[in-house]
Design a protein around this ligand. Structure first.
Ligand code: ADP
Ligand code: MG
Length: 697
């Protein structure tokens, strides 16, 4: 007789899990039965009632039951099996592109079928493509699920049924090993939360009991979800704090040259004077760099506040102290721009800047790598390419990451590892324009010290923002013609709104074509992510130099791009964009001494939410105000995406939805680090995907 599985049982030993399934499970990080406990449902579907076909609408997800009236193979553009199902109130077509004989035989005329899927409008009638289905015998006609059905995060060719079965087995095993879901959070805290126990919460999430409040569960506000969100946020918070602690136990090279001749030279040659806020941030950075513990500092400043020069000064301090510095940017466009800026600021010092991006290859790359490893080249600027295997630094003293929201904690650490030698660890400087509210900042950057640049360089004129219906496009084009005649330059942004990249690029190309027709006297350029880098550089260069007057662009220009001469921006489909993105885009203008205008073109009718977003953009240019508003306007479930925050994807928690409990999470994290250090490894193991192998953690 087989023994009942334990939580430590490898999934490959579970009945029905062959090697292929085992490796698909491993791709989700699931290796033993116990791993299923914290692999929580993404959402739920309601199969507790059958929807009458007469009431279906395109887009509905529904459980249907009816009799097969017709089933035949169609030989159209694509061979398909069509099956008409009807229940007396209406009918629907089931369409299968992949099918075999057995399936075809099962879908015979007169059989009763229960199926689940999404309804869409087909060429003739409503249809479902490849629904889940099951033949129902007369006796089971009224037997329905009693509770919501969980839908798990999954990967290709790993059906929900497998995950559901394994999760149920894991929950059964907990009966024998209750400590697997034992409480780690101090009891007093749990009582204060007035939320269910961890064990009950996990059970309810996997197997919602009949009668559980469905509305709450579907909205992500059920007490079980709130309890798990608390634990998850707490685990992340603690893991970041511990990480910081670890890093701080290493020795860093003291970069003591803040007052040296090369530094004075560098500042003497800058074409502007630092603002007070810049000087303050720089002082923090300089002090940290001089110490022999690794700096972990975030410089946060709104778009255009002048963060790059702080990075440059820090790099100079490293180099003048005899160490290398490296700057990583999220896009090639931005890396190139930084390279240009730094080359200019460093020109007089004779320090060359080496570029390392995906497109630097062959002998140039090999040589650069060799000289970086040998410690001969002192300053490297690049993209993710800096993280690739084969890149190493002989004497890396400072790693700088620009626009941090595009990188995750993992990438930040991997970057540091590039320079870690047995005897020291590099300093880290992180720059971000993401104006996150304070509570969020404390969560996202729990491992970093923060300096804020809360002042823009002098002489900036505020950007005037107007919202205009797309019906007024002709007027907008006229305004660009007018501006062009006065020697002003403009961006015309075509944001990503289609499903596919190709479609987005096409939209931008179409816009460029139209503008060329409508503005024959102006030179129009186009940049998008799909064009060869060389060509894109050419266009950017021309725009920077004034040769191109209107730059039609996809959102590739969203972060960091700095062309002070551009004073006009048109953003199409502005109603589709979030506040954070609109703010980033608008930050491309208003950088010079001339007044700038931003036109938000929208397609009417506006939803109430979109109207409020556009109104906010008109009313304020303050990144922090916009961020607060952004948080307030996001509905539940509308994630502040992992990509956007640089945080690991959360399973239950939602930073926007759960922002209110963050201060408490902070306090409990303090308490647990102080009083219950022995519980921390288990807590983080439950929730945080392990960091990649790294000497630090
Ligand atoms: P961000 O903080 O968005 O990265 P940048 O570093 O790109 O901003 O700076 C925006 C522009 O302001 C650049 O053209 C830069 O040269 C300029 N700048 C930076 N600091 C000052 C200053 N103190 N005075 C005048 N211009 C400045
Ligand atoms: Mg920048």
């Amino acid at each position: 007789m087989p023994t009942t599985p334990r939580l430590t049982t490898p999934l490959g030993r579970m009945p029905g899990v062959g090697p292929a399934t085992e490796s698909r499970l491993a791709r989700l990080g699931l290796r033993s039965l116990g791993d299923l406990l914290f692999h929580l449902p993404l959402r739920y579907i309601d199969r507790t009632r059958i929807t009458p076909m007469g009431s279906l609408r395109p887009g509905d997800e529904a459980l249907l039951q009816g009799r097969i009236e017709l089933c035949q193979i169609r030989f159209g553009r694509r061979r398909s099996l069509l099956c008409r199902l009807s229940d007396g109130t209406g009918s629907i077509l089931l369409r299968f592109f992949h099918f075999n004989r057995t399936q075809q035989a099962m879908l015979e005329h007169g059989a009763i079928l229960r199926c689940w899927g999404q309804v869409r409008a087909g060429p003739q009638a409503l249809e479902m493509i490849h629904p889940e289905y099951r033949r129902i015998h007369d006796a089971e006609r009224d037997e329905l699920e009693q509770a919501l059905t969980p839908v798990y995060p999954t990967t290709e060719r790993l059906p929900q049924s497998v995950l559901r079965r394994l999760a149920a087995a894991a929950l059964a095993a907990v009966e024998q090993e209750p400590e697997a879901l034992g409480e780690l959070v101090p009891e007093r805290v749990i009582r204060g939360l007035a939320l269910p126990s961890l064990r009950d919460a996990v059970m309810q999430m996997h197997l919602p009991p009949p009668g559980m409040d469905m509305e709450q569960l579907l909205a992500g506000r059920h007490p079980a979800q709130r309890r798990l969100a608390f634990d998850e946020l707490l685990a992340h918070q603690i893991s970041l704090r511990l990480l910081r602690r670890e890093v701080r136990t290493f020795t860093a090279p003291g970069l003591v040259a803040a007052d040296s001749e090369p530094m004075r030279h560098f500042f003497g040659r800058l074409p502007f004077k630092l603002t007070r806020a810049q000087r303050r941030a720089l002082r923090d950075v300089q002090r940290d760099l001089a110490a022999d513990r690794p700096m972990l500092r975030l410089v946060q400043g709104d778009v255009g506040s002048g963060k790059t020069v702080i990075a440059a000064a820090a790099a100079m301090q490293a180099i003048a102290s005899g160490y290398q510095a490296a700057l990583m940017a999220p896009t090639e466009l931005l890396a190139e721009q930084h390279c240009g800026n730094l080359s200019q600021w460093f020109a007089a010092t004779g320090i060359p800047v080496v570029m390392l991006t995906g497109r630097v290859g062959g002998r140039v790359r090999r040589q650069a790598l060799q000289r970086l490893a040998g410690g001969e080249l002192m300053l490297a600027v690049g993209t993710h390419a800096l993280l690739q295997e084969g890149v190493s630094f002989g004497r890396l003293g400072l790693a700088i990451i620009d626009e941090q929201h595009r990188f995750g904690v993992h990438q930040r650490l991997a970057f540091l590892e590039k320079g870690s030698a047995p005897d020291f660890f590099p300093h880290q400087l992180v720059l971000t324009a993401t104006p996150i509210p304070r509570t969020l900042a404390m969560t996202m950057f729990a491992d970093l010290d923060v300096s804020v640049i809360d002042e823009l360089p002098p002489g900036r004129k505020p950007v005037q923002t107007v919202a205009a219906s797309s019906e007024r496009r002709a007027e907008v084009v006229q305004a660009i013609r007018h501006a062009g005649a006065q020697g002003r330059q403009a961006y015309w942004v075509c944001p990503r709104i289609e499903e596919t990249d190709d479609a987005n690029v096409q939209a931008a190309e179409e816009t460029a074509r139209l503008l060329i027709e409508q503005l024959p006297a102006m030179r129009i350029g186009l940049v998008h992510g799909r064009m060869p880098a060389r060509e894109r550089d050419g266009v950017m260069q021309a725009f920077r130099g004034g040769g191109v007057q209107v730059l039609v662009a996809t959102t590739v220009i969203e972060v960091g791009v700095d062309v002070p001469g551009a004073t006009l921006m048109v953003i199409e489909n502005a109603e589709r964009l979030g506040l954070a993105q609109l703010h980033q885009l608008r930050g491309r203008i208003g950088r010079g001494k001339d007044a700038s205008t931003c036109v938000l073109l929208y397609k009417p009718p506006l939803s109430a939410l979109a109207r409020e977003r556009l109104e906010t953009m008109r009313a304020t240019a303050d990144g922090f105000v916009i961020a607060e508003k952004d948080l307030e306007l996001r509905g539940p479930g509308e994630l502040l995406g992992a990509r956007q925050t640089g945080l690991q994807r959360m399973r239950v928690a939602d930073l926007a939805r759960d922002a209110r409990i963050l201060p408490q999470v902070q306090r409990v994290a303090d308490l647990m680090i102080e009083r219950h250090p022995e519980r921390l490894p288990e807590l983080t193991r439950r929730w945080v995907i392990p960091e990649p192998a790294l000497g630090v953690v």
